[in-house]
Design a protein around this ligand. Structure first.
Ligand code: ACO
Length: 426
C-alpha cells in the first residue's frame, strides 16, 4: 500500500500521498492541498519543493553522488565523450555504434549557421557580454530555422542542430570580437576538436591539436552536462511550460545561467583569484570578508544548494586541472592561490559548520585558462556543456503526462482595498 501523510487544518483532515523515487527519495504530493483546504505552501527559493518527476539525473548532496541516467559521473568523465553523454541525456540510453555515427553525421551536417546571422554580431556594442549575445542568438535561431517539431526524427534534427550550432555561434562570437576571420567547422574533426579549431585556428597560425587539451575540454563539458532542477534548468522548464519553442526556452536558460551565483561563478572565481594575485585582496581577508554577515562578499566557487559535502564534479575537475597544467608545463599562480584558499577554508569552523566545500566552478576556470579560453567566455563554456541537459529536461517536460503550465502562487502583502484619489487631491 502506498504511504500517505495525514494533514489536519481546522475541521478538515486530508490524506496526502507520498511519492517515492527509484533511489528512495520521498516527497509529499500536495497537489490537492489548496483545493481541499484553501492553503498554499510557502517555500522561498524552492529549497524544499520538487517541481517534477525526472528520470534524467540523480544527485545526493549529502553523499556527493551524481549520476546521469544511472551512470556515475566519475565513469562518464573517465571513459565517455561529451558527444556520447549528450546522446545519453537526451535519449535515455548510451548509443550503439550505429546510433553514435548517425548522431555525429547530424552534428556535422548542422554545424554551419545561416550566413545572415553573422551580421548580428556586428550590431552588439564591443563591451557586450558573450552570454547576452549567445542568449539573443539562440532565440534568433527560431526565425532562421522555424520548423521545429513533428516526427521523432524531425525533433532529433532540431535538437542536434541546436547542440551543433551553439558551439559554432560561441566560437564565431569570439573570433568576431577579436576582429578575426571566422573559422568554419570541419567534417574531419570531433565535436570538441572542432570547437577548439574554430576558436583558435588562424590563417597565420594553424591550431595544433593536443589530445590532452581536447580531453580536458570534453571532461569539462561532461561535468556540466546536467544537474537536475538547478536555476537555469528550472528556467528552461518554466518558460517551456508555456509551450514556447525549444530555442526560446534554451535562450531563457542561458540568461539564468549568466548570474554569478549560478554559472557566472566560474568567471567570478578567476576574478577573485586574480585580485588576490594582484595583491588587491589577501587570502585571509577573502575568508574573513566571506564570513562577515554585513559584507555581501562570498567565497566564489564555494557552497552549493544541494551538495553539503565536496562536489563530486569539483574532485574530477581538480584532477583534470593538475594533469593538464602538468602536461602543458603551465605554472599558474592562481592554482597555488586556489589550493591555499581551499586548505584554509576547509579547516575553518565557519566553512565546516556551514558545510561549505568547493563546487565545480572552483577549479574549472583554471582549466579553461590553460586551454586558452578568455575569462568572459567561461560561462559560455558552461552553457555549451549544459545544453544537452536543458534539452533533455525540456523534452521530458513536453512528454510528461502530468504536464501543467508552471504558475506558482503567492501570499499578497500589499495594501488592502483602497479608493482611487484624483491627482488634485493627493
Ligand atoms: N562564502 C561564504 N558563506 C557562504 C557561501 C560562500 N561561498 N555560500 C553560502 N554561504 C553561507 C551563507 O552566508 C549562509 O550563512 P548563514 O546561514 O550563516 O546566513 C549559509 O552559508 C547558507 O547560504 P545560502 O545562500 O542560504 O545557501 P544557498 O543554498 O542559497 O546558496 C549558493 C548556494 C548560492 C551556491 C552559495 O553557496 C553561494 O553564493 N556560493 C558562491 C557562488 C558560487 O560559487 N556559485 C556556484 C554554485 S554551483 C553552480 O551553480 C554551478
Amino acid at each position: 500500500m502506498s504511504e500517505t501523510i495525514t494533514f489536519t487544518w481546522k475541521d478538515r483532515t486530508i490524506e496526502l500521498p507520498v511519492v517515492e523515487g527509484t533511489e528512495g527519495e520521498k516527497a509529499i504530493d500536495i497537489s490537492k492541498l489548496r483545493k481541499e483546504t484553501g492553503l498554499i505552501t510557502m517555500d522561498p527559493g524552492f529549497v524544499n519543493t520538487g517541481c517534477c518527476k525526472s528520470a534524467i539525473t540523480f544527485m545526493d548532496g549529502e553523499r556527493g553522488i551524481l549520476r546521469y541516467r544511472g551512470y556515475p559521473i566519475e565513469q562518464l568523465a573517465e571513459e565517455s565523450s561529451f558527444r556520447e553523454v549528450a546522446y545519453l541525456l537526451i535519449n535515455g540510453e548510451l548509443p550503439t555504434r550505429k546510433q553514435i555515427t548517425r548522431f555525429s553525421v547530424l552534428l556535422n551536417d548542422h554545424s554551419l549557421v545561416h550566413e545572415d546571422m553573422r551580421q548580428f554580431f556586428g550590431s552588439f556594442p564591443m563591451q557586450s557580454h558573450p552570454m547576452g549575445i549567445l542568449s539573443s542568438m539562440v532565440n534568433a535561431l527560431k526565425s532562421f530555422y522555424p520548423y521545429l517539431a513533428g516526427t521523432r526524427e524531425e525533433i532529433n534534427t532540431t535538437v542536434t542542430r541546436l547542440i551543433s550550432k551553439v558551439r559554432t555561434l560561441a566560437a564565431m562570437s569570439y573570433k568576431i570580437s577579436k576582429g578575426h576571420t571566422v573559422v568554419y567547422p570541419r567534417p574531419d574533426l570531433s565535436y570538441c576538436e572542432n570547437f577548439l579549431n574554430m576558436m583558435f585556428d588562424s590563417p597565420v597560425r594553424p591550431y595544433k591539436m593536443d589530445h590532452d587539451v581536447v580531453n580536458a575540454l570534453s571532461v569539462f563539458l561532461i561535468l556540466h552536462a546536467d544537474h537536475e532542477q538547478n536555476c537555469s534548468t528550472s528556467a528552461v522548464r518554466i518558460v517551456g511550460s508555456g509551450r514556447v519553442n525549444l530555442y526560446a526556452s534554451i535562450s531563457a536558460g542561458i540568461a539564468a545561467l549568466w548570474g554569478p551565483l549560478h554559472g557566472g561563478a566560474n568567471q567570478a572565481v578567476i576574478e577573485m583569484l586574480e585580485k588576490i594575485d594582484r595583491r588587491e585582496l589577501t587570502i585571509n581577508d577573502a575568508v574573513k570578508k566571506s564570513k562577515d554577515k554585513n559584507d555581501p562578499f562570498r567565497l566564489m566557487g564555494f557552497g552549493h544548494r544541494v551538495y553539503k559535502t565536496y562536489d563530486p564534479r569539483a574532485k574530477i575537475m581538480k584532477k583534470v586541472c593538475d594533469r593538464l597544467l602538468d602536461k602543458l608545463h603551465i605554472n599558474d599562480p592562481l592554482l597555488d592561490i586556489a589550493q591555499t584558499l581551499e586548505d584554509i577554508a576547509l579547516n575553518d569552523d565557519y566553512f565546516i559548520s556551514h558545510n561549505l566545500y568547493p563546487n565545480v566552478d572552483f577549479y574549472s576556470g583554471i582549466v579553461l585558462r590553460a586551454i586558452g579560453i578568455p575569462t568572459n567566455m567561461f560561462t559560455v563554456m558552461f552553457a555549451i556543456g549544459r545544453l544537452p541537459g536543458w534539452i533533455a529536461q525540456w523534452k521530458e517536460s513536453m512528454e510528461d503526462p502530468e504536464w501543467k503550465l508552471n504558475r506558482p502562487r503567492q501570499i499578497y502583502t500589499g495594501p488592502v482595498k483602497r479608493d482611487y484619489i484624483p491627482l488634485e487631491n493627493r
